[in-house]
Each structure stands twice: as C-alpha cells, then as structure tokens.
Design a protein. Structure first.
Length: 294
C-alpha cells in the first residue's frame, strides 16, 4: 500500500532533488545503523517525504555529507546526517513495513509477506519499544481495518478511515514540540492516508478481482463481473473527485505549517507529485507502486 508519495522529478530543481535523495539515503542509513542491513530494503518514498516534512518544522540547517553506501558503492551521494526526525521516519518505516507484510500473509497467504515479516520482526520490536503507545494505536487501527475487510464493508470512505488515522498517528511526531503544528501534521497525514488507501484500491482492482480479495471499490460500486475497463470508466470521475478532495485538504494543512526549510521539495510533492501520481494511476499509466530509481 506504500510507495505512492514521490516528487514530480522533472519539475524538481537539481539541488532540491539531491536534498530529497539525501533524506531518503539518511533514513536508509538510519535503518541500517540501528536495525541491520536487510531491513533497509523496506524503505519507500512515503517515509522519506515524512523526514523532509518533519525536518521543515525546525529552523536549523540540516547537516549532510557526501559518502558511499552498500547500495551505491561506486558513486558517492549526498546523505542527510541522522537527527531525531530522520530516525523517527526510519522507526515508523519499520513499524509500517512490518504490519504491511504481516497483513499480506494474513489476507493473501503471500509467502513473501510471511518471510518479510519474520525478517523484520526483530527490527519491529526495537522500533516499537521507542514508541510503544503510538505503535499500540497503529496496531489497534490496523485491527479495525482488518475487521472492516472481513465484514466486507461496502463503504469506501468507512474502509479508508482506519488507514487514514494510521497515517495521522505517524505524522503526529512527538519530536515536534509545537502542539498546533503536530495537529496540522496529523490532518495532513490523515488526508495522505485516505488518498493512499483509495488510490491503492483502484490500483488493485484487476488483481483483487482475479484473486477474490476484498476491495471496497468493487463492493460500493457493485461490480458484477463485467468488463473491468467499462466499470472503471463509469466510476473514475467519482473516484477522481474523492482523491482530489483529500489532496486539497493536504494543501490546506501544508499551508498552515508555514514551512520555509525544504519548501521547494515539499511544494513539489504536495502541489505536483501527488497530482501527477493520481493521474498516472487513474489512467493506468504506471505499474503498481512503480518507483523511479533515485
């Protein structure tokens, strides 16, 4: 379900792209340093964006350096040095990746999900100890999501609510001292979560029909087994409206943060990257969770 939040690379300035990649590499390095090398493969753009966003709430310049890593041993890359926000994003990446893999095994009996969750279990235990209350809330919300899926909930909005609240919890970073900013971050996270859930449900339509898996879109709009392209065409405008609403709420929340640091990167993602991704997925112009190399 993750991997949709990414920049509109052609519209990003070269220096801004280097900094965004620096945060991605910084979170990756944080995972490797504290959890081992294997869990690094679980990192996605969503949590790199979180690190960029959270770090924008404090005015101090982020420190980076050019260095090599296991993934790119030949060419050195700019890496943002670890700080509380980079480490927090790394911890949340581990927690969400673990639950995502466990859910794949539970729902689909996906062997990769079973193996992956076992590999990440040790890292998950370490990360969850640092944020015990937050992790418990995330687990409770995930249980609610699983319950709705088992009950074949036919309301897309209702089905999206638990995941939206999971992302609200993730974005409300305890290291952000300003309570009003934490609330704004939470609302931004909620709407990104809602957007991710709905977009992922659309992205999964063909696979879910084939496997007989739960999909709230199929139930709400009463798919009867006919031509999938015709079905998608009949509901695409309504889905586009719902997704656009969530993105507009993201924009409103972001404007309240008044971010100056990393503003060019965040502007690109909020005002362009998410919109471009929405269009690509709705039009079927990208593979599921397609991610360009950085």
């Amino acid at each position: 379900m993750f991997g949709y939040v990414e920049p509109d690379k052609p519209e990003l300035k070269i220096r801004e792209f280097e900094v965004f990649r620096g945060y991605y590499c910084g979170v990756c390095k944080s995972i490797g340093k504290r959890f081992g090398q294997v869990p690094r493969i679980s990192l996605n753009y969503d949590l790199a964006f979180l690190a960029v966003l959270l770090d924008s709430t404090q005015g101090e310049m982020s420190i980076g350096k050019v260095e090599r890593c296991i993934a790119h041993p030949i060419r050195k890359r700019y890496v943002i040095r670890r700080n509380q926000f980079v480490d927090y994003a790394a911890d949340m990446n581990i927690v969400l990746a673990y639950y995502n893999l466990r859910d794949k095994w539970s729902d689909e009996k996906n062997l990769l999900g079973a193996f992956g969750s076992m590999v990440l279990r040790g890292a998950y235990k370490k990360a969850s100890k640092r944020y015990k209350e937050k992790t418990e809330k995330i687990k409770s919300l995930l249980d609610e999501l699983i319950r709705l899926e088992k009950e074949k909930c036919a309301s897309l909005d209702e089905a999206a609510e638990p995941f939206a609240n999971i992302m609200r919890e993730v974005f409300q970073c305890p290291h952000v001292e300003d309570e009003s900013k934490r609330k704004v971050l939470g609302w931004l996270g909620y709407n990104i979560g809602r957007w991710i859930y709905i977009l992922d449900a659309w992205d999964d339509l063909a696979d879910d029909i084939k496997s007989g898996s739960y999909n709230a879109i199929l139930l709400q709009f009463q798919y009867n087994g006919g031509d999938l392209d015709a079905f998608k065409a009949s509901i695409k405008e309504r889905l586009d409206f719902s997704l656009t609403y969530s993105l507009s709420e993201c924009e409103k929340a972001y404007s309240l943060l008044g971010a100056v640091k990393n503003a060019g990167i965040i502007d690109n993602i909020i005002y362009s990257g998410l919109i471009v991704k929405t269009d690509k997925v709705l039009q079927g112009r990208c593979k599921k969770n397609e991610k360009e190399s950085i």
